[in-house]
Write a protein that binds this ligand. Structure first.
Ligand code: GLN
Length: 489
């Protein structure tokens, strides 16, 4: 059942916010020892939030749009008074003195916070295996990763531990775990949603968005979190359209481009390819026109991303110096002066992948190399954007698989970071160009693991993206034919 249905039931008093919250807390208690989607469950606060909603309803007050809806929040979004760790030892005891814009908007809309979800450390990864507090597990098969970096947020929705959640997406961290966990994940246009209070990874790429079990529910969440915010100067002031009413607009005549390079990509699992092509045929049946599109620079996304993202990360993570906040190494023999204390704090606080990114980024930005690496990468980024510009002269939306494979096993890429980076081959280009993109379940492989398709829209085309995704979801009814999996609801 979706947010709109629950809202109706709550408004009519057929269920109380407290009951809905307690039901999810019980679900967390029973499945989270296996799934480990949550780093912290805020049960007391959730019950208090829910009780307030119930009291307001009994007093005859009109309820805000997400009143009583229990949500989970990725642990790189600041929540005032509640630990926000980024799954890092560095921030293990960090309690933010302020609230992020997105969460503030959710609480004002009446949503209930169930807890904070696991991620790859500082959102760097594609499997949650780099979390300092242990990985999350895929509810479809606990031997498999849930994807990442927002793996906890995706797994929590798939396992029915919350109705929806928030994640962040720098190179695919919402869409790839959504695809691995069989849920919907939306990365909005860069600037559509305020980044205030999101712990920065790569500031020119980071964007916050929802996970949900249906496209309509993602529209509900986006409706609340989108829009201008003077505390984030990159946040767009363009008016927020009515996403919910856009869902039912007809899709007949929409031109959908299939990016040739994506379907020919090295490492694309044939089952994923077949499933996404079958979905394309279904879009055609809905009246869409399929167009073959070439984006020759699409496959350069990974190389470009792994210069730009670590460069920005190395600058953003310089603030963890053992002084202002975060972990500080003990002032014993090895750390008796400022430089040593900083070095020791960073060595103790950051895991291997984060240190690798900082080293790569610092190198790419250093004098003598900045032109060869960082500036060159920015130029390629422009070329990727131009590929999209040309494509949108011919089509309304683009279609690709979300990830080249379904969920892999723990440790599958432990020896080879490059193999892990390839998981983002198809998601990174949308971040490079700042475009909105959504992952929607489109089938299962022969192991019973979910497959996702990705739709990419032009700048600020979220409404159209949600509209086509919604029509596809309704027509395909992928989840109705799902294989049984014990941890999935
Ligand atoms: N998996 C990518 C990385 O490791 C993307 C992460 C993200 O989008 N936050 O950087």
């Amino acid at each position: 059942m979706g947010i709109a249905e629950w809202r109706g039931k709550l408004q009519r008093g057929e269920v109380s916010a407290r009951e809905l919250t307690d039901r999810h807390l019980a679900r967390i208690e029973s499945v989270d020892p296996t799934v480990h989607a949550f780093l912290e469950v805020t049960a007391e606060r959730a019950r208090a939030d829910a009780d307030r909603i119930d009291a307001a309803r009994l007093a005859g007050e009109s309820l805000p749009p997400l009143a009583g809806i229990p949500l989970a929040i990725k642990d790189n979004l600041c929540t005032k008074g509640i630990r926000t760790t980024c799954s890092s030892r560095m921030l293990e005891n960090f309690v933010p003195p302020y609230e992020s814009t997105v969460t503030e908007r959710l609480w004002s809309a009446g949503a209930v916070l169930l807890g904070k979800t696991n991620l790859d450390e500082f959102a760097m990864g594609s499997s949650t295996e780099t979390s300092a507090f242990g990985p999350s597990r895929n509810p479809w098969n606990p031997e498999r990763v849930p994807g990442g970096s927002s793996g906890g947020s995706a797994a929590a929705v798939a396992a029915g531990e919350c109705l929806a959640s928030l994640g962040s997406d720098t190179g695919g961290s919402i869409r790839q775990p959504a695809s691995f966990c069989g849920v919907v994940g939306l990365k909005p246009t860069y600037g559509r949603v305020s980044r205030w209070g999101l712990v920065a990874f790569a500031s020119s790429l980071d964007q916050i968005g929802p996970f949900s079990t249906s496209v309509a529910d993602s529209a509900e969440i986006l409706q609340v979190i989108a829009g201008a915010d003077r505390r984030d100067s990159t946040c767009l002031t363009t008016a927020v359209p009515d996403y919910r009413s856009a869902l039912e607009q007809p899709v007949k005549g929409l031109r959908v481009g299939l990016i040739r390079e994506c379907f020919e990509a090295e490492g694309l699992d044939p089952q994923v390819k077949a499933s996404v092509l079958a979905a394309a045929a279904q879009l055609e049946q809905l009246g869409c026109e399929l167009v073959d599109i070439s984006c020759p620079r699409f496959n350069d996304g990974i190389a470009t991303y792994y210069v730009i993202a670590p460069s920005e990360a190395s600058a953003n993570l310089a603030r963890y110096d053992g002084v202002k906040y975060g972990l500080r190494a003990a002032a014993d023999a090895g750390a008796d002066n400022l430089a040593m204390m900083t070095a020791r704090s960073r060595a103790e606080g950051f895991g291997d992948e984060v240190q690798r990114r900082i080293l790569i980024g610092t190198y790419a930005l250093s004098a003598g190399y900045v032109d060869a690496f960082y500036r060159k990468a920015q130029q390629v980024r422009t070329l990727i954007r131009q590929d999209f510009d040309r494509a949108y002269e011919q089509v309304d939306l683009l279609l690709t698989p979300t990830s080249p494979t379904t969920a892999f096993r723990f440790g599958a890429h432990a020896e080879d970071p490059l193999a892990m980076y390839l998981a983002d081959l198809l998601t990174i280009p949308a971040n490079m160009a700042g475009l909105p993109a959504i992952s929607v379940p489109c089938g299962f492989d022969d192991q019973g693991l979910p497959i996702g398709l990705q739709l990419i829209g032009g700048v600020l085309q979220e409404a159209r993206l949600l509209q086509l995704a919604h029509h596809y979801e309704q027509a395909a009814a992928v989840m109705a034919a799902r294989p049984s999996a014990s941890l999935v609801v």
